[in-house]
Ligand binder design. Structure first.
Ligand SMILES: Nc1ncnc2c1ncn2[C@@H]1O[C@H](COP(=O)(O)OP(=O)(O)O)[C@@H](O)[C@H]1O
Ligand SMILES: [Mg+2]
Length: 240
């Protein structure tokens, strides 16, 4: 689903992403882990065709992000770090807005997303004003909005920031359900406990890969009992 070699991004003389190589398979839950400023969002935005790489190559869903960015954008879902929902629209109107952006007829979008909305308990809130919804609902609505065109892969950039622990756990169940339905899910987080829910992770620091693999394998390799400890070992305890 995703193949990159030496993917890099420079902003002037500053290197935000430095030589990242990835191979991500269909149906994988792949995590980007790292402290603020590690380069997670910049990498994700390059993979979504929103930011042009300065170096290296990236194929996403068979498309080259440098040469076919429009095709890349339409072939995936992207839930940005700041939920981009209109608070003064009803939930269902946000959905309609996103269907328009992705060029999916609204009835088709509803067909794709109704089962998800049922699963997420959003059905009864569809006619509520988005601004009046609890954070956990907005987060799930935001995810559904990224799926109106039924893409095979979806990028979630720190989807669990700002929601309580209970909502975080529930959201990870949602992510699991998506992967079981065959979607590839790329998710970034700075919560180390969440790394355990990913099939594989990359740990990033200052734009570089510090480690990559399955959580269980990484814990064995670095002789630590949990991902929090792994992080301290790899990145230092300056990491919060
Ligand atoms: N448009 C930009 N111009 C200059 N520097 C940027 C820009 N976007 C991100 N950066 C810098 O790149 C680094 C990585 O940022 P980012 O990818 O947002 O990290 P993360 O998502 O892991 O917190 C940070 O030091 C950030 O300040
Ligand atoms: Mg970020």
């Amino acid at each position: 689903m995703i193949h990159t070699t030496n993917l890099s991004k420079r902003f002037g003389s500053f290197t935000a992403v430095d030589g990242i190589g990835l191979d991500i398979a269909r149906g994988e839950i792949f995590g980007f882990l790292g402290a603020n400023g590690a380069g997670k969002t910049t990498t994700i935005r390059m993979l979504c065709g929103l930011l042009r790489p300065s170096g290296g190559t990236a194929l996403v869903n068979g498309y080259d992000v440098s040469k076919q960015s429009e095709k890349v954008k339409l072939s995936l879902g992207y839930m940005s770090q700041k939920f981009s929902l209109y608070n003064d629209l009803k939930a269902i109107e946000n959905l309609q807005f996103y269907a328009g952006i992705y060029g999916t007829p609204f009835p088709t979008a509803l067909e794709y997303t109704m089962p998800l909305m049922r699963l997420f308990g959003l059905e009864s809130s569809l006619h509520a004003l988005t601004g009046s919804l609890p954070m956990g609902f907005k987060q799930r609505l935001s995810l559904v909005c990224a799926l109106v065109h039924d893409p095979p892969l979806v990028f979630l950039d720190e989807p669990t920031s700002g929601v309580d622990p209970q909502a975080r756990r529930e959201f990870w169940q949602v992510i699991n359900t998506l992967a079981q339905a065959g979607k590839t899910v790329i998710v970034s987080t700075h919560f180390m406990d969440e790394a355990e829910y990913c099939h594989r992770v990359i740990v990033m620091q200052q734009g570089r890969e510090v480690a990559m693999g399955r959580p269980a394998d990484l814990k064995t390799r670095y002789q630590v009992v949990n991902m929090q400890e792994l992080f301290i070992k790899l990145v230092g305890d300056g990491y919060a």
